[in-house]
Write a protein that binds this ligand. Structure first.
Ligand code: ADP
Ligand code: 5GP
Length: 211
């Protein structure tokens, strides 16, 4: 089925600034709907159930999987993360651009199911800056920081699967760039097939009338 809204996947190494960017993007522009994932990881200080994530225990998460309630899920650094199906389908039908801020295994599963999805990868300006941000956030133990930095090495191998990279150096610039890319994606021929067909038909009708 064709939707007016685009399904947008945003991935990037832990600490690159995805969460910060998405918050600002939806604050500054209308028409974005940010999907809230389910996860088995414990909430960070300040995180609220139903706002940053739906925090579930392992058995509740597995129940969601069993009832086909997730459009994708993956294991990341010992925890499950997954995208609830209902919200995404409803918002796309309502013509919203739906953003999934998810890691790379999930991104590839989305691409299989929604070939027209737009895949964006947020890069840090440098690896050192990435580590600085991850440590500076102060939400992870040194052990988990290490795991996440190691995970970045693996994720870096898959960046070519994405449509665009954006570098999160200046936050405001990066938000603007994300928005511009999404705006441009709305104008690809494959996302405007119906409009193009209509013009073709109109041209044919018009040229017949003029004979
Ligand atoms: P992610 O969601 O990708 O794991 P966060 O959004 O939590 O990353 O950002 C990680 C840390 O980096 C946070 O402390 C955030 O305030 C900071 N940060 C995000 N973007 C920038 C930026 N452009 N410049 C400097 N610091 C940033
Ligand atoms: P964090 O624990 O830092 O919030 O998220 C860890 C990783 O899980 C990030 O790369 C984030 O993008 C990813 N993630 C968040 N929600 C989902 C989801 O629903 N599905 C998948 N596959 N990854 C997710």
């Amino acid at each position: 089925m064709k939707h007016k809204g685009i399904l947008i996947v945003v991935s990037g190494f832990s600490g690159a600034g995805k969460g910060t960017l998405m918050k600002k993007l939806i604050q500054e522009y209308d028409n974005y709907a940010l999907s809230i994932s389910a996860t088995t990881r414990t909430p960070r200080p300040g995180e609220e159930d139903g706002r940053e994530y739906f925090f579930l225990n392992r058995s509740a998460f597995e129940e969601k999987i069993a009832e086909n309630g997730l459009i994708e899920y993956a294991c990341y650094c010992d925890n499950y993360y997954g995208t609830p199906r209902d919200y995404v389908e409803k918002q796309l039908e309502a013509g919203k651009d739906v953003i999934l801020e998810i890691e790379i295994q999930g991104a590839l599963k989305i691409k299989e199911q929604y070939p027209m999805a737009l895949l964006l990868f947020v890069m840090p300006p440098s690896a050192q800056e990435l580590e600085r941000r991850l440590i500076g956030r102060g939400t992870e133990t040194p052990d988990v920081v290490k795991k996440r930095m190691n995970r970045a090495i693996e994720e870096a191998q898959g960046i070519e699967n994405y449509d665009y990279i954006v570098v999160n150096d200046d936050l405001d610039e990066c938000v603007k760039q994300l928005h511009e890319i999404i705006k441009a994606a709305h104008n690809t021929p494959l996302r405007n097939e119906e409009f193009i067909e209509n013009i073709r038909t109109e041209l044919a009708v018009l040229s017949k009338g003029e004979k």
